[in-house]
Design a protein around this ligand. Structure first.
Ligand SMILES: NC(=O)c1ccc[n+]([C@@H]2O[C@H](COP(=O)([O-])OP(=O)(O)OC[C@H]3O[C@@H](n4cnc5c(N)ncnc54)[C@H](OP(=O)(O)O)[C@@H]3O)[C@@H](O)[C@H]2O)c1
Length: 399
């Protein structure tokens, strides 16, 4: 694969242009470029829009070419050429026109920051990565939290393209990848610091991807990744068997799946949600209770997927030996210990193998409720809805 920088030039001030010409080759060389044609006369056969001299420089990739063209060193030299010659400049990418991505990026954190579309050449594909063309992207509360800077302690790099999960078609596989090939449909939960799903192409570590069975529609494949892994990993933090479980925030994406998974292993699953979601949670197998009805000191596994003051209910409901997992807020480990229990603040980890396994073992998982599906270009509206809309169900973006 290569990209070819092409220029046709009419020199008007040869003294200044010679200065440019004496400096530019070393920049080209340093950027890995190779002159194939260096200012030879161009003979026109038809038309009168060609200039008199021709330059052609080969770069290993479009990214390498753009790095050269946008480098500060070349920016410093450019005015010399622009003052001394008329030029027409462009490039040809033999790696096809599909090697660009338009991603919706933030330049920094902040509630006031909007995502802007930026089109750029794709970087070299990492050896362990898959390059995916998303067909459906699913939003998670973490997307607006990252945008607002709530997770700023993590090592994010800017500009940052958010988006943690979705489904899409593999366009290319890295040299060390096994088990995946172009054309396959995959789902993934990408590590948060990498993100990248709010785009028409995303590179994801193959270890974070799972093949999607044909029977699974895009909505499920896009929206199961984060909630399924979060619910499963949170439940696994409890060392023993779960007899009686309590899910707080049971109507949400994580809470719904946790209610369903706990239904397979626990004798009973009590669930707290707002009254308007009670039917949805009951259909998942949860016994809907109010915070006041949650049994004191009786649950051996409690999931806090809602956050806020309701965690008080969680502490007082812990049985001896119980595990409280909050996926939303810090926990008071000491307080749990004084009730002979443990409390853990947990952040889910991407894991494609675990995702495959869970998808195969749980064909009965509830389809996500679809709150809205918007074009990718309306990502800012989607994030606003997610943060302030109190929507019931998932918000999707379609590239
Ligand atoms: N630590 C991790 O790894 C991890 C992973 C995934 C999610 N999370 C966090 O876990 C929480 C739940 O995630 P999710 O994906 O399940 O969210 P979700 O699908 O948006 O559900 C959130 C649920 O919380 C309830 N809720 C209460 N107050 C709300 C408000 N002001 N706006 C919206 N919903 C409100 C709603 O249920 P009712 O109306 O029935 O009360 C809603 O169903 C979020 O805070 C998310 O950031 C953490």
């Amino acid at each position: 694969m290569a990209a070819y920088f092409i220029a046709t030039i009419d020199v008007e001030d040869s003294k200044t242009f010679d200065l440019y010409r004496s400096l530019n080759p070393s920049l080209v060389e340093a950027a890995g470029g190779k002159y194939l044609v260096k200012g030879l006369p161009l003979t026109a056969l038809e038309g009168d829009d060609l200039r008199s001299r021709f330059v052609m420089i080969e770069f290993a990739s479009e990214a390498a070419l753009e790095r050269f063209y946008n480098s500060p060193e070349y920016a410093a030299l450019k005015p010399l050429r622009q003052r001394s010659a008329k030029s027409s400049i462009g490039y040809v990418n033999t790696d096809s026109a599909t090697s660009h991505r338009t991603g919706y990026q933030i330049p920094r954190f902040g509630d006031d920051v909007v995502l802007e579309p930026v089109t750029s050449a794709m970087p070299e594909l990492g050896p362990d990565d898959l390059r995916i063309q998303p067909t459906l992207i699913s939003l998670n509360p973490v997307d607006w939290k990252i945008q607002a800077g709530i997770l700023a302690a993590l090592p994010f790099a800017f500009p940052y393209t958010p988006g943690a999960e979705g489904v899409g078609i593999i366009e290319a596989v890295g040299t060390d990848v096994v088990g995946f090939r172009p054309g396959q449909r995959v789902m993934a939960f990408s590590s948060l610091v990498r993100g990248g799903w709010f785009a028409n192409k995303v590179d994801v570590s193959a270890s974070q991807c799972a093949l999607v069975p044909d029977s699974i529609p895009d909505e499920q494949a896009a929206a199961f990744n984060v909630p399924l892994l979060t619910a499963h990993q949170a439940i696994k933090l409890h060392p023993g068997a779960v007899k009686r479980a309590l899910v707080i925030g049971a109507s949400g994406s994580v809470g719904s799946i946790a209610t369903k998974l706990l239904g397979h292993i626990a004798e009973s699953v009590d669930a707290i949600c707002s009254p308007g979601n009670a039917d949805h949670v009951a259909a998942l197998g949860g016994n809907v209770v109010t915070p006041q009805e949650a049994a004191e000191g009786r649950y051996d596994f409690v999931l806090d997927a809602a956050g806020g003051p309701i965690i008080e209910t969680a502490y007082r409901s812990l049985a001896k030996g119980a595990t409280l997992v909050s996926i939303v807020q810090p926990v008071d480990e000491e307080r749990a210990r004084s009730a002979s229990a443990q409390a853990i603040r947990y952040s889910a980890q991407p894991d494609g193998g675990q995702l495959s396994d869970l998808m195969a073992r749980h064909p009965d998982l509830p389809a996500p409720r679809v709150a809205a599906t918007l074009p990718l270009a309306e990502v800012n509206t989607a994030l606003h809805l997610l943060k302030y809309g109190r929507v019931r169900g998932k918000i999707f973006l379609k590239p």
